[in-house]
Design a protein around this ligand. Structure first.
Ligand SMILES: Cc1cc2nc3c(=O)[nH]c(=O)nc-3n(C[C@H](O)[C@H](O)[C@H](O)COP(=O)(O)OP(=O)(O)OC[C@H]3O[C@@H](n4cnc5c(N)ncnc54)[C@H](O)[C@@H]3O)c2cc1C
Length: 390
């Protein structure tokens, strides 16, 4: 595996073990069928509990049966999952960083006791509802709202619709972000909405040409009653969803490196094996330049991911750091997967090899969790002090 500057040497024994476990799981249980799942537009749902048992969901959180591993261990895990497919890493990212994290950080003890153990084991599946049909890059404009069910009632009634929601069609619970119209401020609040409640619909979005091995859907909310105890008590405003996105983007910054690494390894092997003009194409300087550039860009992205982990461990990680890494590492993976595809010639456009699948996946990864443009604006604001969002 490409590790040009020996970052492996800095891993602890536990981090190495987690990386090995993830790599073996991916190779034995997922890699053999991933191309078929991608072509069929399905996710291997039977593996969801197995992934939980091994500890793939929010292992960097502590308590409630969660192991509290290091941020580097969490990062290398995301890297190994995405080396297989972005859909696999998305499953772990959504479950861990977008569903378990808000419950862990902002939930009541009852919510934590109820949901964290079963989400951690994969007995339950969660999804994160922020994006709406008319509000993607600017979720602050959200129209989904909650109102008190009546003067004498503490219950809420939710109305609105969310779209592009990873796992909504298979989720047991959705973390829904909505404006609370019962207060003067109309603050954004997080609601835990069981998907079997009356008025909830979770239609699947079909015909995606990217992230095909991942289930994506909508969340329709039509007069959905939820008790007051389903509100996340400890957060109000956009800080709630945005802080979850920072957690998930951290995992993406690592994961994208895994996808690019897998593309590099596939292309490098192919270049050695494939013969044209009387010998392997790897002997051509043009191909070597491409491989040299790929290895360099992947190594730089790896270094940035490792640095992010150190900052996160010591509590100095800012959302803007994560924006820089998500923006850079995903762009890198998008560009390098295309070069890898190119090295594979005609075979590169088939599902027999991973680069084209990774390339197509990267179109989603480039767009979700803040588009590349939005992360440019976040960095621009941080560097100049001037916001250029509108
Ligand atoms: C497969 C998939 C899974 C997803 N999973 C989830 C999920 O689980 N939960 C969830 O809540 N969301 C999810 N999303 C939604 C995702 O986060 C949004 O697609 C993303 O935020 C972009 O929003 P949009 O698609 O509405 O694009 P828009 O916001 O309409 O943007 C369109 C284009 O305009 C650009 N743009 C927007 N504003 C500006 C600006 N101020 N300056 C310059 N350019 C700008 C964007 O960069 C982009 O290129 C998912 C998306 C996909 C594709």
């Amino acid at each position: 595996m490409l590790d040009y500057v020996d970052l492996e040497a800095d891993l602890s024994a536990e981090e190495r073990m987690i990386r090995e476990t993830a790599r073996e799981f991916v190779e034995d249980r997922v890699a053999p069928d991933i191309a078929e799942h991608w072509l069929d537009g399905t996710f291997p749902t039977d593996l969801i509990p197995e992934m939980g048992e091994i500890g793939f969901y929010a292992p960097n959180l502590d308590g409630y049966g969660l192991p509290g591993v290091s941020e580097t261990a969490y990062g290398v895990l995301m890297q190994e999952l995405e080396a297989c497919d972005s859909g696999l890493r998305s499953m772990a990212s959504v479950q861990g960083a977008l569903v378990m994290y808000p419950i862990f950080a902002y939930g009541s003890e009852a919510q934590k006791d109820e949901w964290l153990p079963k989400l951690g084991t994969g007995e339950a599946v969660g999804c994160f509802g922020l994006t709406e049909p008319q509000h993607g890059s600017n979720p602050t404009g959200m129209e989904t709202y909650a109102e008190r069910a009546g003067h004498a009632s503490d219950d809420y009634v939710l109305n609105g619709s969310k779209t592009w929601i990873t796992n909504s069609p298979i989720a047991d619970v959705a973390v829904v972000w909505a404006r609370d119209r019962s207060t003067a401020e109309q603050s954004v609040r997080g609601f835990l909405v069981e998907t079997n409640r009356d008025g909830v619909s979770t239609n699947k979005i079909g015909e995606k040409l990217s992230l095909r091995a991942s289930i994506t859907g909508e969340i329709g909310l039509n007069d959905v009653h939820v008790p007051a105890e389903n509100v996340l008590p400890d957060v109000e405003g956009m800080k709630g969803p945005l802080s979850c996105l920072t957690q998930a983007r951290y995992g993406i910054a690592w994961g994208a490196v895994g996808a690019a690494r897998n593309c590099f390894e596939t292309a490098c092997q192919y270049a050695r094996d494939r013969e044209q003009f009387g010998g392997p194409i790897a002997r051509f300087q043009l191909q070597q330049e491409k491989l040299a550039e790929m290895a360099t860009q992947i190594t730089l992205a790896q270094l940035l991911a490792h640095r992010l982990a150190s900052l996160k461990e010591r509590g100095d990680l800012r959302p803007q750091h994560v924006s820089m890494a998500k923006r850079n590492n995903v762009r890198m993976a998008r560009e390098q997967s295309r070069i890898a595809r190119e090295i594979l010639g005609g075979n590169g456009i088939t599902a027999d090899y991973s680069p084209m699948r990774h390339l197509a996946n990267m179109e989603t990864v480039y767009t979700y969790e803040g588009t590349h443009d939005i992360h440019s604006l976040i960095l621009g604001q941080d560097l100049t002090g001037i916001a250029a969002f509108d």
